[in-house]
Design a protein around this ligand. Structure first.
Ligand code: NAI
Length: 351
């Protein structure tokens, strides 16, 4: 396995491999860019099929963080951590402390937070040994709530662009994944009058949504084929391939999951079928927007003042609307247009 030849490498500024024999910790911290400020990005705790898959995930996620923060106008760069292994087996207080010690060693160049497999409580445990974390309950709070609010603003831009309307009443949405963000999105959609189809690998969570929202449930491997208006992936990324893009019946794909498109070709396959895709790193920026407020006070960070959080979250709507418009006028997919805009902002060559 080589970092340099990974197709996801994209000139990452720094990639660290950490291990701690006593606790079984094995972690990768990838810092893509600090051009706009110290890198920020959560920690994912997950079993991977191989070390190479874990590395690629860290690299892809950290690049997406660079794009996400740049497009959100935040004074931070992009980074991401992965801890390798099954959190149900491996996660312990000493392991989180060992991980925090390594985050502390990177110091002012990177701050982390929660992600899949890591809760706000876990991040608070990491915070016991390093100040370089965001999204604790004494800071901006659980970022997933802000992410869900931001996704709703983005979904409104999707409705306007694709369906010429801005209210959710009767709109059929398939929500894949009912975790911290997916549940928050489903709850808000239900309140706004949308009709839900849901899937999750946790049957009890699906049942909760059926009971609370009157949602219809479907299988996790076929939810993308549901007969709905919008497909909202809110589980893990990589689910939209050239094959699954051909099976989607919704007219728009817009959800919280990071890196939904397995390849750029999957995005082109959606566009060829007239399916509008909302670049995930634009739609799901609410968490990092809220978390960056917390990083502002960290050692070595510049003093920056932010607009009220609600204003920054609402701006996701306008940003997405602008990307859709530019993509159309440039004859590109929204993903390609968003990537070009982000790379210009971080001073990287535009593909
Ligand atoms: P989570 O771990 O709380 O929720 C993930 C949910 O997806 C769980 O309910 C899980 O059972 C379910 N799931 C896993 N595999 C599935 C499958 N194959 N089909 C259906 N459901 C499946 O994670 P969270 O925080 O809700 O994040 C969801 C996604 O949003 C992730 O891709 C994450 O990177 C992204 N995201 C999260 C942010 C946050 O603030 N938490 C911010 C930006 C992005």
């Amino acid at each position: 396995m080589s970092v340099w030849v990974s197709p996801e490498f994209d000139d990452h500024e720094q990639v660290c491999f950490f291990s701690d024999e006593a606790t079984g910790l094995r972690a990768i911290v990838a810092i893509h860019s600090t051009a706009r400020g110290p890198a920020a990005g959560g920690t994912r705790f997950k079993s991977y099929a191989s070390d190479a898959e874990a590395l690629d995930d860290a690299l892809r996620l950290s690049r997406a963080m660079s794009y996400k923060s740049a497009l959100a106008g935040l004074p931070v760069g992009g980074g991401k951590s992965v801890i390798l292994g099954d959190p149900a087996v491996l996660k312990s207080r000493p392991l989180l402390h060992a991980f925090g010690g390594y985050i502390d060693r990177i110091g002012r160049h990177y701050a982390t937070g929660e992600d899949v497999g890591i809760s706000v409580a876990d991040i608070e445990t990491v915070n016991e040994v390093t100040p370089f974390v965001g999204g604790t309950s004494i800071g901006s709070g659980d970022p997933s709530i802000h992410t869900a609010v931001g996704v709703m603003h983005g979904l409104r831009a999707v409705l306007e662009d694709r369906f010429g309307r801005d209210d959710f009443s009767g709109v059929r949405v398939a929500v894949q994944g009912l975790g911290a963000v997916g549940w928050g999105v489903a709850e808000r959609l239900h309140t706004a009058g949308a009709k839900l189809v849901v899937a999750d690998i946790r049957p009890e969570q699906v049942q909760r949504a059926v009971d609370a929202f009157g949602a219809a449930s479907t299988a996790t491997d076929t939810i993308h084929q549901a007969d709905v208006d919008v497909f909202a992936p809110c589980a893990l990324g990589g689910g939209i391939t050239e094959r699954t893009a051909g099976e989607i019946r919704a007219r728009a794909v817009a959800g919280a999951a990071n890196n939904q498109l397995a390849t750029p070709a999957a995005g082109e396959a959606l566009a060829a079928r007239g399916i509008l895709f909302a670049p995930d790193y634009v739609l799901n920026a609410g968490g990092i927007i809220s978390g960056v407020e917390a990083t502002a006070g960290m050692p070595g960070r510049a003093e920056v003042s932010f607009p009220p959080l609600a204003t920054s979250l609402a701006a996701i709507h306008d940003r997405l609307a602008e990307i859709f418009m530019r993509a159309r006028s440039e004859g590109r997919t929204p993903e390609a247009t968003a990537e070009r805009m982000a790379r210009e902002l971080i001073g990287r060559a535009v593909p």
